[in-house]
Design a protein around this ligand. Structure first.
Ligand code: SF4
Length: 314
């Protein structure tokens, strides 16, 4: 077993109340019971996991979400949450501890709602207001697509990010639907538009260093997309992803199943596999991979942004 504390992205469910254009999240793929989730959490503890990122689908759609989060916090995990924000007001008062909440934001209201559905912008902003009133750390994710890869969109997002003293990760939309690799993404960005917008964000990072969570090296890596550039993956050393059925994999792109947390012996799960990958576009994973391969600029960026988020953006 590795001495490095592991990070898990945990897909509690693939169900989602929204229907974002580039996602195609299957409405029902089955999921574990509350009891099974708690068994998984205990096994993750034995596996050396320190951080859990709850994600989906929309994790808050599960009725036992608060119970699961509170059990995990009590067990000593650092808990993080990725959500569309629609149900935050309903659950936030009962959640004991979440280190950071990440919300999706793809632009000004009209553009955001055309991608993520009616009222999604309004709901996201309301969710941030609720979270900020309760002193939660907040960050945003922006998916760069054909509909929002414009400088005025980036400026709008940065204004929101600054207003709420938050941070934002930018990453490209995939060529195929996120949850359905057989269907082309209808808003996959054109090559020229995408390159231009990455250059624009690179330039904005110079002036808004602490608000843009991507490092310069991370943005440079994302700039190679869609051709891609080989990167050493820190998956199985630093991070894994736990699927809705307890299968342990690396990420939605590399779906090799290492075992099932409920059925298999975790001592046999691999740790430290050498995985090279040519098309990593998950912004946070790109940063983890760069840091893990010793990139100094990404490491400094991570430390400064974490420090800023923790102490100055309340
Ligand atoms: S896409 Fe990224 S996280 Fe997934 S296997 Fe490749 S390098 Fe690792």
């Amino acid at each position: 077993m590795s001495f490095i504390p592991k990070i898990i992205s945990w897909i509690l469910t693939y169900r989602c109340n929204r229907n974002c254009i580039y996602c195609g999240s299957p409405s029902n793929q089955g999921e574990l019971s509350t009891k099974e989730l708690i068994i998984c959490a205990k096994k993750l503890k034995d596996f050396g996991v320190r951080r859990i990122y709850f994600t989906g689908g929309e994790p808050l759609i599960r009725e036992d979400f608060v119970e699961i989060v509170n059990v995990c916090s009590k067990m000593g995990f650092l808990v993080y949450l990725n959500t569309n924000g629609d149900y935050i007001g309903r659950v936030i008062g009962d959640i004991k501890d979440v280190k950071k909440v990440t919300l999706s934001l793809d632009g000004p209201e009209e553009i955001n709602d055309s991608i993520r559905g009616e009222n999604s912008y309004k709901n996201t902003i309301e969710a941030v207001e609720i979270l900020k009133r309760r002193n939660f750390e907040v960050s945003f994710y922006t998916v760069l697509s054909e509909l929002n890869s414009f400088p005025f969109v980036i400026d709008h997002i940065l204004n929101i990010v600054k207003f709420f003293k938050a941070t934002v990760f930018f990453q490209p939309a995939k060529r195929y639907l996120l949850r359905n690799p057989n269907v082309k993404n209808p808003i996959f960005p054109s090559k020229e538009k995408y390159k231009n917008i990455i250059n624009y964000i690179f330039d904005r990072k110079r002036r808004n260093y602490l608000y843009i969570a991507n490092s310069f090296s991370g943005l440079k890596h994302l700039g190679y997309f869609p051709e891609g550039k080989v990167i050493n993956c820190a998956g199985t050393r630093l991070f894994y992803r736990l699927e809705n059925n307890a299968d342990l994999i690396i990420c939605s792109q590399n779906r090799t199943v290492f075992g099932n947390l409920l059925k298999d012996d975790i001592r046999k799960f691999p740790s430290g596999k050498n995985i090279k990958c040519s098309n990593c576009t998950f912004a946070a994973k790109v940063e983890a991979n760069l840091i893990f391969q010793g990139n100094l600029e990404s490491s400094i960026n991570y430390v400064l942004i974490s420090f800023f988020r923790k102490y100055f953006n309340r």
